[in-house]
Write a protein of this length. Structure first.
Length: 611
């Protein structure tokens, strides 16, 4: 099966994130939001940005550990199981579909001011255009984003700077309409405005270097939060409250105040660019959810088919486009509320997933970015998001529950029949019960992901590790017992007797200690013959006692012929780099079994020598 193209760079990540956010959330919603809480809508926009931080940080951690298509669905499945993952995948898919629809509705609202066409027809035509663009490749769609976002930001910065000179301070009083609770409910209502970061997470598998994902996401988050707040601040100061609360083109109306008809046209162009940008990204990212579900056999397998020529999941893109077109006929306020609620639920699941993945102590869970203030930020985020959901309104909650139930039905009637994967929550339960209930399937999958993520090309030392003997010793023993055990096992692999190997090891230990410090010993012996080199990995949880009385937990035993001296030095260098990782000893002692111990060595960051 063809794989997705990895072509998105840092500038693409930033442009996709910002382009996905700067659309109807700022060009249409400020007026509706103003009607709910008055001038304090400025604070509501800033608050919504701040409240998204726990979810953004958690998603950034998870996607750098598991940069796979489907973003939220993929990591929730691996942490909480296929049932919850299916719900997360469908919710994320619908949230992005509704946000994309919201952008198309906004685009239609502005275009009918220029051309007299039915807004639904406009939305359908634009949707079809971007379906075609996304079919031809993510790199092309990403390049379009960079151009669109650059033009958009230039216009918005001009509006902010020029608009600040024309604001009327009287329009900010009274600042709060009703009570402060209205600010929170409004923040929940406009939360979808910051949903663009969820979109880029779903494209993680197509990012050139996953380390750049958090940088692009967090940079976009910070800039957009500031830009949104300033845009709303300027707009509230330019338009009288009674006009603003009834406006569905508030930013363009603000442009008209400062520059007349020219300003209205300029800001309308910015709005159209924003909507086009959001629609492009929305289709690009939303289509990766059915693709990911299908790859895991939770959806019909046809959705995982990738174009051999363009490396895009074209049937998944088509299905997403059909749902977007159908949702164009929904009421605007319900569209916004359900999109926001679905997004918040996705953030809740992301925060829970980080806690589960961390507490599972899976060795191969190795994110390139770790969320700050763990677990306090995640717990606070979960509680805040639950509060926001109830503040948004009963209609949105009811509609979202219907989608959750539909997701569960899909799982029970389709996904449950498929072969189920291991998930991290089982490992947490295993630790609590202190009873073995899991295997290493998830560790193996994470290992494969890390190999792809870090583009690790196997060298000779990696091959040596794969075929090496691995001993996992739970009780305390001395070095003689260890050498007897090793000699017995090595005698079956090389043309030497158990007694000869034991004598060589003991003679070497008598001449000089194999203990090198840092809780490491590397006994190594030379044998007769040619082209022989072997290794034994030893994990001694209670320690192996060596002649100087030191207890050693990490032991690499090397055995080879004289003609392999050069590779012997390479192996020593590789081992030194492996154990130099500050987390190595902790991971080594906590590794689940011999296979995981090998993974710890294989996935360590070190210079690989090929050829």
């Amino acid at each position: 099966m063809a794989k997705l193209e990895r072509g998105l760079k840092l500038i693409d990540i930033f442009s996709i994130s910002t382009g996905a956010m700067v659309s109807a959330g700022i060009f249409i919603l400020p007026g509706i939001a103003y009607s709910k809480c008055g001038p304090s809508v400025i604070l509501a926009y800033f608050l919504a940005g701040l409240l998204s931080i726990p979810g953004v940080f958690s998603i950034a951690e998870l996607v750098t550990a598991m940069p796979k298509a489907g973003g939220g669905y993929f990591f929730v499945t691996r942490s909480l199981g296929a049932g919850v993952g299916t719900v997360a995948g469908v919710l994320s898919w619908l949230s992005l579909i509704f946000k994309t629809t919201f952008a198309l509705v906004g685009l239609s609202t502005y275009l009918i001011l220029i051309i007299s066409i039915n807004p639904h027809i406009i939305g359908i035509i634009v949707c079809v255009i971007f379906l075609l663009i996304n079919y031809f490749g993510v790199k092309k769609a990403g390049r379009i984003q960079v151009i669109l976002v650059s033009i958009l930001f230039l216009i918005l910065i001009f509006y902010i700077l020029y608009g600040l000179k024309h604001i009327n301070v009287n329009f900010y009083a009274p600042f709060v309409k009703g009570n402060f609770q209205n600010i929170f409910s409004t923040a929940g209502f406009i939360f979808v405005s910051y949903g663009g970061l969820l979109k880029v997470a779903s494209l993680a598998e197509e990012v050139e270097d996953s380390k750049k994902l958090p940088k692009g996401m967090l940079l976009a988050m910070g800039i957009i939060c500031v830009v949104y707040t300033l845009l709303v601040f300027v707009t509230v100061g330019l338009i009288p409250g009674n006009k603003l609360m009834s406006s569905i083109t508030p930013i363009s109306d603000g442009g008209a105040v400062i520059l007349g008809e020219k300003g209205k046209i300029l800001l309308s162009i910015a709005a159209i660019i924003g909507f086009v940008s959001a629609a492009n990204v929305g289709i690009m990212s939303a289509s990766r959810y059915p693709y990911a579900l299908s790859k895991d056999k939770m959806f019909p397998e046809i959705f995982s088919v990738v174009s051999k020529r363009f490396k895009t999941p074209y049937l998944s893109i088509l299905a997403t486009g059909v749902l977007i077109i159908l949702s164009l006929f929904l009421k605007l306020d319900i569209l916004v509320e359900v999109a926001s609620t679905s997004l918040i639920l996705t953030y809740i699941l992301a925060n829970i997933s980080v806690i589960i993945m961390r507490e599972s102590k899976l060795i191969n869970y190795n994110p390139q970015f770790k969320a700050y203030f763990y677990p306090y930020l995640q717990i606070a985020g979960i509680l805040i998001y639950i509060f926001l959901i109830f503040e948004i309104g009963h209609e949105a909650l009811f509609a979202t529950l219907i989608f959750v139930l539909a997701s569960i039905v899909i799982y029970f009637f389709y996904g449950r029949k498929r072969k189920q994967k291991e998930f991290a929550l089982l490992h947490v339960v295993e630790r609590i019960l202190n009873r073995k209930i899991t295997g290493v399937k998830l560790e193996k999958e994470l290992r494969k992901i890390l190999l792809e993520r870090d583009s690790i090309k196997e060298d000779r030392f990696d091959k040596l590790v794969k075929k090496s003997l691995t001993l996992d010793i739970s009780e305390k023993i001395d070095y003689k017992e260890l050498y007897k055990m090793v000699s017995r096992k090595l005698a079956k692999r090389i043309n030497l007797s158990e007694e000869e190997i034991f004598k060589l090891l003991m003679d070497k230990e008598d001449r000089y200690s194999s203990v090198l410090g840092n809780n490491l010993a590397i006994p190594h012996i030379i044998i007769n013959g040619e082209n022989i080199f072997d290794m034994v990995l030893v994990r001694a949880k209670e320690g192996v006692e060596f002649p100087d009385g030191k207890l050693i937990n990490v032991i690499f035993i090397l055995i080879g012929t004289l003609d392999e001296r050069h590779f012997h030095l390479q192996a020593l260098s590789a081992i030194a780099q492996v154990i130099n990782d500050k987390h190595f000893l902790e991971r080594w002692l906590n590794g689940k079994d011999e296979k995981v111990l090998k993974d710890i060595v294989l996935l360590s960051k070190r210079e690989r020598i090929n050829g």
